[in-house]
Design a protein around this ligand. Sequence first.
Ligand SMILES: NC(=O)c1ccc[n+]([C@@H]2O[C@H](COP(=O)([O-])OP(=O)(O)OC[C@H]3O[C@@H](n4cnc5c(N)ncnc54)[C@H](O)[C@@H]3O)[C@@H](O)[C@H]2O)c1
Length: 373
Amino acid sequence: MNIGIIGYGKMGKDIFSLFFDKLPDAEFTVLEIADAEKNTAAVVKTLDKSLKRKKITQEQYDFKKSSFRFTDNVNDLKDCDLVIEAIFENIQAKQDIFGKLGNIVSENCLLLTNTSSLDISSVFENIPHRERCFGMHFFYPVKLTGFVELNILPETSDDAIERAKSLVTAGGKKPVVFSGKYHIYLNQLLSCMVTHAIYMQKSADVSVKEMSSALSPLFPVAGPFDVLDSVGLGLMGGNISNFRIERNKALLEFGYKKMKEWTDAGCPQTTLGFLDFMAEHEKDTGNDCGNAELDMAAFVLNEAVNALEECGGDTEIISEAVVETLGLAEKPSYYCKKFGTDALFAALDRYASETGYDTYKHKDKSVWEKYFG
Ligand SMILES: NC(=O)c1ccc[n+]([C@@H]2O[C@H](COP(=O)([O-])OP(=O)(O)OC[C@H]3O[C@@H](n4cnc5c(N)ncnc54)[C@H](O)[C@@H]3O)[C@@H](O)[C@H]2O)c1
């Protein structure tokens, strides 16, 4: 298999490295505008180390050393079976590169974009044979995350989806398929969770530190405010039009306004600036936020049920992806049992009447039982 990768930045490097390690027979062509020699030397250095540590045999080393090349010439991708694009997030640049590629590669070559926010259909505007075009969205860091989103178009063929699924599986990841307004759903979900946490903090009139600590049993590694801190206000409060699920728009708008207020008050927009800023500028109130766990679980479970009802898909895979993306300690069904639907619905009803947001509307008990037992 000949794999093309376009852009060898943060994501391109990780995607290359995943498949380079996992696919013993694959060959790689990496299109990158800069540093071909430096990039080649770095890959060879890693291979040298693997050989020295006996992670690969001499035969594997010899094959791998000649199985990849860096180039700045798009024509070198002509024999690829699939191409994964990971250049910077700009619609014009992505359209340009796919516009060229569409005329160079064979009509069976899968054309895949790793975009995390752009409209997938627009990325492939005017590309011939759109049945082979869709999003293949990896999460960072690629090696440590379990899922890859396949953001398919109405024209995407079953055969193309199956080929992409096989590739993702061969890379040791689980593919999860989303379509339409559910494209790049796991990012949308993360943003909604962060925004719900911001709403909970405001509503309980407690500090970010107090709300974080109340939520910590749900999120053993990193809670919503840690996510906001590591992504940064700039990116998280970026562009609301990236999020297309209607029922969550009002909640997200609330979050954007709140993040703008913090930015206007001097909070850095860069990563790892939020928590320090809040610690400096907020005082603990000592107010009660004893229901935080229940209130957050109610949001997460409700969103999962709504997503499953609207976009279908494999319940088990989507549940697992939700747990991993949000960093939950347990599966949704655990929280459903722990808190009970009556208490979870009461929490949602309270938020719905307080805010009027559609996010908090929920389906009947029978629907929840279908998914959470
Ligand atoms: N950074 C993340 O955490 C993350 C996570 C998931 C998805 N993504 C998406 O992945 C894509 C890449 O993001 P990134 O963070 O790796 O960006 P990056 O800026 O680190 O890397 C982009 C690379 O593309 C190269 N490049 C730019 N134009 C090119 C062209 N025409 N031909 C060849 N190479 C070109 C640049 O030299 C650079 O090395 C974006 O669409 C982004 O939204 C990013």
